[in-house]
Design a protein around this ligand. Structure first.
Ligand SMILES: NC(=O)C1=CN([C@@H]2O[C@H](COP(=O)(O)OP(=O)(O)OC[C@H]3O[C@@H](n4cnc5c(N)ncnc54)[C@H](O)[C@@H]3O)[C@@H](O)[C@H]2O)C=CC1
Ligand SMILES: O=C(O)/C=C/C=C(\O)C(=O)O
Length: 492
């Protein structure tokens, strides 16, 4: 069924200094729908990563560094055109690697991959810089102005949940700001990054500006990159523990870091909410992409007068989710990314049950009676009845699961939502406008949505507090991270 997947049965190669490079170390790229092998991937060794870093440095000092921003922007638009021209191949590759639904790959992942290039290409043209007139004792004054330069050679390390979307979310502003890049996609999802290298090549992006290395984290391409003295900055999305490991690896070189890490996002549902909207929005926020989005909601706090009605309505939504073949247009949810990840999610189901949770729905692995039984599926799951210190209420699961707790007062809901080591996103559902502002402003998160979830404006600050990250992405926040201002002070 995946015969249209580019490179099916072949080998995905690294892309270094404008050439596709093989390796004698190959690893298997597995389809999580049925456990079959899609293709093999050339793992970059330390020498390949070193060659990529050197190529990136040469490009920075060469054509790319000299290129007028307007020409750079045209090239980035050509890359977006290239993604769109091969749209169906990108969709097929993303679906095969992740098992995500046809609808999601077509409506979110691949369009955002192209949009990321367009928005940052356009934004760089209007990037502003600071200017100050400074008084001096002689009365003549001085003029200060800052010029933005690229940070240098940037390592982009991406996860598997939104592979093209998250890779390009970092790559596009880095390139727009004039940097050169070595990208490392997750070992679970190497395909769309490889197609992107083909698109870059065809678009005429100069050799060394974009390099791609495949491999794992520790003792593989990820670690070789983050410890490489020629890398000036690391931008990473993934698990908080991996963020800590990268921070330690980058410490020796005092590299600039931008991290978007895990979450344990709360949804607060007040009894004055628009009930249907709150149920529909919450269902989306819990189950989209099988719960494998850092912004997904895993803890729900529902005001007591509507608690039972809300739990019943969310249960009905969960049970209506069509789990199955990603290529089937009726499928809402595919498998999790891998058997390893499914084992982790299922272990959280077991720990919730062992701690005395009430299983509202799900809590197991579906049985299909066909090849999907070799895949990494789990049931959409809802628990209630656990105390706030239970593991499933505290730790990031990254699956289609939530725990629901009742609350009585606004203050209680805010306190429980903030009682977390994470602080990425939260949702608030209420029709009381002053309360919406009051609660949203008290939440210890980087992103608070009111009466919606995952409504994205790519110009807004995006990132988390506490264990959820360092810095902000989006709009000027991305461009500022990837730029190094030099202040010039002129005595008049
Ligand atoms: N956006 C998020 O919040 C995400 C969270 N996760 C969570 O993380 C858990 C583990 O999943 P993983 O794929 O292993 O996530 P991860 O955070 O370990 O991997 C993300 C990326 O980092 C790379 N990496 C891993 N260790 C590294 C190291 N020491 N140095 C440099 N690069 C390194 C990986 O190869 C991959 O490209 C999942 O079970 C899930 O709960 C996973 C993906 C995204
Ligand atoms: O930028 C977006 O729209 C989505 C971002 C999602 C993540 O960063 C994540 O799931 O890790």
């Amino acid at each position: 069924m995946y015969e249209k997947v580019p490179h099916a049965g072949g080998v995905l190669r690294n892309y270094v200094a404008g050439e596709f490079v093989a390796s004698n170390r190959l690893f298997a790229n597995i389809n999580p729908v049925d456990g079959s092998e899609i293709n093999r991937v050339a793992e970059a060794d330390a020498a390949t990563v070193d060659a990529a870093v050197k190529a990136a440095r040469r490009a920075l000092h060469g054509d790319w560094g000299q290129m007028a921003p307007a020409v750079r922007c045209q090239l980035l638009h050509r890359v977006a055109d290239g993604i769109e021209a091969r749209f169906e191949e990108f969709v097929a590759a993303e679906m095969a690697d992740t098992g995500k639904s046809f609808h999601q790959a077509r409506s979110i992942d691949i369009p955002r991959g192209a949009a990321n290039f367009r928005i940052f290409a356009d934004m760089i043209k209007s990037q502003s810089s600071e200017c100050f007139q400074t008084p001096t004792d002689d009365g003549r004054g001085a003029l200060n102005y800052a010029v933005n330069k690229p940070l240098g050679v940037v390592a982009v390390i991406a996860p598997w949940n939104l592979p093209l979307l998250l890779l390009t979310w970092k790559l596009a502003p880095a390139l727009a700001a004039g940097n050169t890049v070595i990208a490392k996609p997750s070992e679970e999802t190497p395909a769309t990054a490889t197609l992107l290298a083909e698109v870059m090549h065809a678009a005429g992006v100069p050799a060394g500006v974009f390099n791609l290395v495949h491999g794992f984290g520790p003792n593989s391409a990820g670690e070789f990159l983050t410890t490489h003295p020629g890398v000036d900055a690391v931008t990473f999305t993934g698990e908080s523990k991996t963020g800590s490991a990268i921070m330690r690896a980058a410490a020796d070189g005092v590299k600039a870091l931008s991290f978007e890490l895990g979450g344990k996002n709360a949804g607060i549902i007040f009894d004055d909410c628009d009930f249907d909207e709150a149920v529909n929005g919450t269902a989306r926020s819990v189950f989209t992409n099988g719960g494998q989005v850092c912004l997904c909601t895993e803890r729900l706090y529902v005001q007591r007068p509507i608690f039972d009605k809300f739990v019943a309505a969310l249960k009905a939504k969960a049970q209506a989710i069509n789990i199955g073949w990603p290529l089937d247009e009726n499928t809402d949810m595919g498998p999790l990314i891998s058997h390893k990840h499914r084992d982790k999610v299922v272990s959280y189901f077991a720990s919730a049950k062992a701690e005395g949770a009430t299983v509202v729905t799900g809590g197991g692995v579906p049985v299909f009676g066909d090849a999907r039984d070799n895949g990494a599926f789990v049931e959409p799951t809802i628990f209630t009845g656990l105390p706030e210190h239970a593991r499933i209420v505290k730790e990031e699961v990254f699956g289609p699961v939530c725990h629901i707790t009742p609350f009585d007062t606004e203050a209680q809901a805010v306190a429980m939502a903030n009682d977390s080591h994470y602080g990425l996103a939260a949702t608030v559902w209420t029709t009381n406008l002053p309360r919406a502002h009051r609660v949203a402003q008290q939440l210890e998160v980087g992103i608070a949505w009111v009466n919606t979830w995952y409504l994205r404006d790519l110009r807004t600050p995006f990132g988390g507090v506490k264990l959820s990250g360092v810095g902000r992405e989006g709009g000027v926040h991305s461009l500022n991270f990837y730029s190094e201002p030099t202040n010039i002070c002129i005595k008049l």
